[in-house]
Design a protein around this ligand. Structure first.
Ligand code: SAM
Ligand code: SF4
Length: 428
């Protein structure tokens, strides 16, 4: 979501005549410094503050530079950012992104500005400056209404809202015309697309079908799915549509029904398992990935063991993992007496990561000897390596030894080997 917001901001800056400085060694030619912050865990917030602290030092020798502090941490902290970091010129929250060009003009004129309001501003038609590559991120829903007890997103990104389907489809057409080969529909909970607001006759399945009908050879992905919002219609749409890739990212967070209840997730272990098994039965070669939190307040070792067991039982292909990080404002952050020590959380995180590695390797080994379609997205020819890297439809990374740069091509590859994080293959 941050990457996608940054691309929107870069498009607006382009419109204002700014150019991006790519290398740190050229920092002295920059007039404007922007950090687009994430606050999902304490570490990302700390990184944002230390980055801007460094820029503050640079400003002592170049007082004319402007510094902008944007994104989720800005949304949460508002005006108080100026107290902590008086050298900041602009504080802009996640809801104010469409005002960005006007805000930049105001700081150029010497004002100090804070825009971290509540109301989402109507979209303006600025071109998005997308990162070079094969994949384009397209936001379909903003915000979240789920209020999981550990998560700061509903407070930093606001209530859930769906973007206009016509605007989304136009964006898809634009990126295909620009040569992108893959579209990833993005949202905190993409499965609830259309449920609230002005587009209730739409849902994710319908949106996917409309995009699938667009002309050209390309792939469609979508993330993230909330387990109980995945409908049979969505699963059938994935099966029936040639461009929609066979992968679902369905965060489980914990394998213990008691912990899930305390997390305010709207499912228990059995319900999650049923959903995963149904998708595996129906969708051939599907990849199912997840997110897990280690050491949620009060999590017992038996409850944690349930998480390791369910990861193994369901053969989840990959999982993002994190130690629980208390986020101010959230409900669980108030349960201090239940907090686990950093040592316990770290030890559980290592075990989650080890289980993830075991699952990944097992999942990858299934494909040895198979022929798979790969979309190549990078080429590395440093030190005579000549490796093209791409992804299969079900999102497995494949390394292909080949001396020509074939980035952007769809190729058929015979899988010859499997490592934990990637497959090895040869062009057919
Ligand atoms: N909406 C998605 C869902 O519910 O599955 C997840 C979006 S959240 C931005 C990404 C992941 O960050 C979550 O799935 C969760 O595992 C992790 N996360 C969120 N808050 C966290 C916290 N306080 N501590 C550790 N991990 C956290
Ligand atoms: Fe956060 Fe996802 Fe829960 Fe929403 S559904 S509160 S984004 S973890």
């Amino acid at each position: 979501m941050n990457k996608s917001d940054t691309e929107k901001m870069l498009g607006m800056l382009d419109f204002l005549g700014y150019e991006q400085v790519f290398e740190l060694k050229n920092k002295d030619s920059a007039d404007l410094f922007i950090v687009n912050t994430c606050s999902i865990r304490q570490l990302s917030e700390d990184k944002a503050f230390s980055t801007i602290g460094l820029w503050g030092k640079w400003k002592r020798t170049r007082p004319e530079i402007k510094i902008a502090f944007c994104g989720c941490v800005a949304q949460q902290n508002g005006e108080s950012v100026f107290k902590r970091m008086p050298y900041v010129d602009l504080v802009m929250g996640t809801h104010n992104i469409n005002e960005f060009p006007d805000l930049i003009k105001r700081i150029e004129a010497g004002e100090k500005v804070c825009a971290a309001g509540d109301a989402p501003i109507d979209e303006k038609d600025f071109e998005i400056k997308r990162a070079k590559g094969t994949n384009a991120w397209i936001t379909i829903t903003e915000g979240c209404d789920n209020f999981c007890t550990y998560c700061v997103v509903p407070y930093t990104r606001g209530r859930e809202r769906s973007r206009n389907p016509e605007v989304i489809i136009k964006e898809c057409k634009d990126v295909l015309a620009q040569g992108f080969k893959e579209i990833t529909l993005l949202g905190q909970n993409v499965d609830s697309y259309g449920k609230k607001g002005d587009f209730t006759d739409w849902n994710l399945a319908r949106l996917l079908r409309e995009i699938n009908a667009l002309e050209g050879q390309f792939r469609i992905r979508f993330t993230t799915s909330y387990p109980t919002d995945i409908t049979d219609e969505l699963i059938d749409t994935v099966i029936e549509s040639d461009k929609i890739c066979e992968c679902f990212h369905i965060p489980m967070q914990s394998g213990s029904s008691e912990v899930l209840k305390k997390m305010n997730r709207r499912y228990d272990k059995e319900t999650y398992c049923k959903i995963v098994k149904k998708i595996r039965e129906k969708v051939k070669d599907v990849t199912i990935t997840s997110d897990f939190i280690a050491g949620f307040p009060g999590e017992t070792s038996a409850q944690f063991q349930e998480t390791l067991d369910v990861m193994k039982e369901l053969e989840l292909d990959y999982s993002n993992t994190a130690a629980y990080s208390p986020r101010e404002i959230t409900v669980a952050a108030k349960w201090e007496e239940l907090f686990l020590s950093d040592e316990v959380k770290s030890e559980r995180l290592v075990r989650l990561n080890n289980q993830t590695k075991e699952n990944c390797l097992k999942s990858n080994q299934k494909y040895i000897g198979r022929e798979l379609e790969v979309l190549v997205d990078s080429f590395d020819n440093h030190k005579g390596k000549n490796i093209n890297t791409g992804r299969t439809r079900n999102n497995k990374i494949v390394h292909i030894e080949h001396d020509k740069d074939i980035v952007g091509e769809f190729v058929n590859v015979k899988i010859t080997g499997a490592k934990t994080w990637y497959l090895k293959g040869e062009l057919c």
